[in-house]
Design a protein. Structure first.
Length: 406
């Protein structure tokens, strides 16, 4: 049997500090499911703020002991500010070298882009200059029907989807970053497109499809059944056509759908508080989801700024977060709790009070549907491997490479 191919995973996962520059709150698109409710064309990060943030972070090297760093750039659409980003990255490289900083030989510049101006001269020049230290993901939601349902152009009536402008840049992106993955978001309206969309993305040459449902409370009666049916249909197609050998879809994982281990599974799901985000005004946040443009009804949670540094008393509550401090009893006792995700910012935004310790459970029925389909997937795959006499080899490959076939 052909060996299972290891799909590129997050660079230095769990050992890198993530530092995010919110370089703009503007975007060419007005995606219907976007959690950024306060996007605008005016709040753009000025160079003096970016420089002051960098100087503060690099000066406090002892407080950032992680061996690696991911310098993340988001918007809106980050590549709208490519000139600023280029200047920031040049300064970071020269300063880390000048200071003999322990991050100098272990850093990445990370981007999630809508892909519209990916082929522009300035973006391509930036990529060529920083190629060995870049992680770039282009968001394409699947088929034209799926993509254009939600990822529409801003300010255009009637609605106009962005699929054609994005898909034309996929070949160039995959030529430059062949093992990059895309991120697909599922909302109530587009569940029916899941199977055909994953198929389409594989056919475009994208080997890793990271896909998740939105965390907001948007789910309707019957969505979970439709979701489960779509995932079972997708499981059949992946296994029958042996795409599991070289392709990845994050909906299927051996690690989900089990009871919790009270010790091993008590961490916080996300890295809020262990990350750092900086906005155009120089404010520091524990995650971008706590900035004002990410929140529907709550005030932003600011933990410092580029002038005064980080207020450790404001940061401390985030460092105490774990599963038990924020989950209701039904989540702790749930028989399929493992793999059920949450967003710390959505927890805060949806909470009854201004607390970060109240977990939103809006995706409960969607997670349970995913688990049922996931069980179907692995039972079918393992039966197939057993019949072909390949189960033992799969287990050996998984143990040695720490990977899953899909």
């Amino acid at each position: 049997m052909e060996e299972y191919k290891e799909i590129a995973r997050s660079w230095e996962e769990n050992v890198a500090r993530n530092i995010t520059f919110i370089v703009t709150k503007d975007c060419q698109l007005a995606c219907k499911y976007c959690y950024l409710v306060g996007k605008n064309e005016t709040e753009r990060m000025p160079w003096p703020i970016a420089k002051k943030a960098i100087d503060y972070i690099l000066k406090h090297e002892s407080e950032y002991s992680e061996k690696s760093v991911i310098w993340d750039f988001i918007g809106g659409e980050p590549f709208l500010e490519i000139d600023l980003i280029d200047r920031i990255c040049d300064y970071l490289k020269t300063e880390m070298f000048r200071l003999n900083h322990h991050w100098f030989n272990s850093y990445r510049f990370s981007f999630s882009t809508n892909g519209i101006n990916y082929d522009s001269e300035k973006v391509q020049k930036f990529i060529a200059k920083n190629k060995n230290h870049l992680s770039i993901g282009i968001t394409i939601d699947g088929t034209k029907a799926k993509h254009d349902l939600n990822r529409i152009w801003k300010g255009i009536t009637p609605e106009k989807g962005s699929y054609e402008e994005v898909v034309k840049n996929i070949p160039l992106w995959l030529e430059q970053f062949p093992f990059s993955g895309t991120k697909v978001t599922i909302s109530s309206e587009d569940i029916k497109y899941i199977t055909e969309s994953v198929k389409h993305l594989y056919e475009l040459g994208i080997h890793e499809v990271n896909i998740n449902v939105v965390y907001e409370d948007v789910w309707k009666t019957g969505d979970d059944e439709l979701f489960e049916n779509q995932l079972i249909e997708l499981a059949d197609w992946i296994i029958d056509n042996e795409y599991y050998k070289e392709y990845s879809c994050s909906f299927f994982s051996e690690k989900i759908g089990k009871p919790l281990d009270s010790v091993l599974d008590n961490g916080n799901w996300c890295g809020a508080g262990k990350m750092l985000a900086i906005d155009a005004h120089g404010n520091f946040y524990p995650c971008t989801r706590f900035a004002s443009y990410s929140l529907r009804s709550k005030k932003p949670i600011i933990i410092g700024n580029v002038y005064d540094g980080i207020d450790k008393n404001k940061l401390r509550p985030f460092l105490t977060l774990d599963r038990t401090t924020q989950s209701p009893r039904k989540c702790i006792d749930c028989e399929v709790a493992s793999g059920c995700a949450w967003c710390q910012g959505e927890n805060y935004d949806a909470a009854d009070t201004d607390t970060i310790y109240q977990r939103s459970t809006a995706i409960c029925k969607m997670h349970k549907a995913r688990v049922r389909a996931n069980n179907y997937y692995w039972n079918k795959l393992f039966n197939k491997l057993e019949q072909e006499g390949l189960r033992e080899q799969y287990e050996k490959n998984k143990k040695s490479n720490h990977i899953e076939p899909c």
